[in-house]
Each structure stands twice: as C-alpha cells, then as structure tokens.
Design a protein around this ligand. Sequence first.
Ligand code: SF4
Ligand code: SF4
Length: 212
Amino acid sequence: MIITKQKAIDKILKDASPFRKIFVIGCGTCATACQTGGQEQVKAVSAALSDRLAGSTVVEACCDVRVAKRDLSKHKIELEGADAVLALSCGAGAQALGETTGKPVIAGLDTLFVGKIERIGRYYERCSACADCIISETGGICPVVRCAKGLLNGPCGGQVKGKCEASGYTRDCAWVLAYNSLKAQGRVEQFKKYRAPRDRSPKSQPQEIEAR
Ligand code: SF4
Ligand code: SF4
C-alpha cells in the first residue's frame, strides 16, 4: 500500500483558495485503506469547501488512468464546471488526475511511503522500490528500508541486544531480525553471503516502462 496522511484542512483550503469551483476526488484503493481518501474523507473535505464544491467522487484507483477515466466519465458535467480538482490520493494518483482531467490539481494528502498496514494509524515502511529485491535472501526482511543505515551486510557495531542504535535502542535491528528469520527457516547459511555495494550514482528519473 501507498501510505498517506491528510494535510491540515487549513492548508488544503489555502491551496484551494485561488479556485472558484473545486471537484473533490478520493481514491478507492490505498487512500481508502488508510482512511485518508475514502468516502468519509471526501465527504468531510467537500463539506469544508461549502458552496465552492463542484462535485465529488471516489474513483477505484486514481493512479490508473484507465479506471480514473472510466469512473470520472460519470461526472463529466460537474467536472466541466470545476476550475480545479482536489485529490485525496497519493502523489502519483494526484498527478494522474491532473493529467486525466486537464485541470489544476490540489494535493489533499501527503505521501509517506510504501508500507504495511497493521491497523488504521499503525503503518510500517517496508519497501523503497529499489528495483533489486533481496528479501528472498534475508528471511523476508528488507534491510534497504528496515536498517537505519540501509546496510546490505549487517549488523553494524551499533546493534545491542537486537536493538538499533539509530533508534535509541527502541527498534529491532533489521539484520538481527533477518538472522532470526533465516535461522527459524533453517537457512542461516544465507546470512553469510556477501552483498556487493550497489551503484549509487544518480539514475535517470523519472523511471518509465513502456513495454508493449
Ligand atoms: S530489497 Fe527492500 S526496497 Fe528493495 S524491492 Fe525488496 S523490499 Fe523493496
Ligand atoms: S543496528 Fe542494525 S538496523 Fe541499526 S543501523 Fe546497525 S545494522 Fe542497521
């Protein structure tokens, strides 16, 4: 899931202030799961816009242009009357909505990370989309994001009793978690494998895949 949090309503209203009529769009996937851009949140933000509301909806997935176009086609007239769209979605979804509608876009949410949802309000960063996944070698624990230093070979000397120095010894060391996980799986030999440094030189961005 893409984990998001809602911006303060004052900030949303300030960013929306240059526009006369605004159409509010929530996201039925990640933002609904986080309760930042589902039906209830769309209703609350729409109410705050009062008479400047042109309309509102929750599309299945804002970042998927195909489904966003399909879902927004039901709101063609309201959208035509809007000067801007207010996106309650992650940044990828918000940008896609701006391009799909051709309207200025107001971001209602901040995008935090790719993570695991344990329950509402309890989220854990789990992946940085590094394009070279190694969790099959590390007992299902990602050291790229779960180690504070992103070490590919750990643990470092700051680990004490399984806790990480960077967190003030409150969080588990990712490499101790990886070791324990591999041990429980009977694959502890994997732990000895050396991983060469990655190429950290600036890469071309944004990444685009255009496979047919
Ligand atoms: S190694 Fe970690 S950051 Fe990279 S793809 Fe796998 S889970 Fe994501
Ligand atoms: S203690 Fe563990 S998690 Fe913390 S920086 Fe060192 S290797 Fe990474």
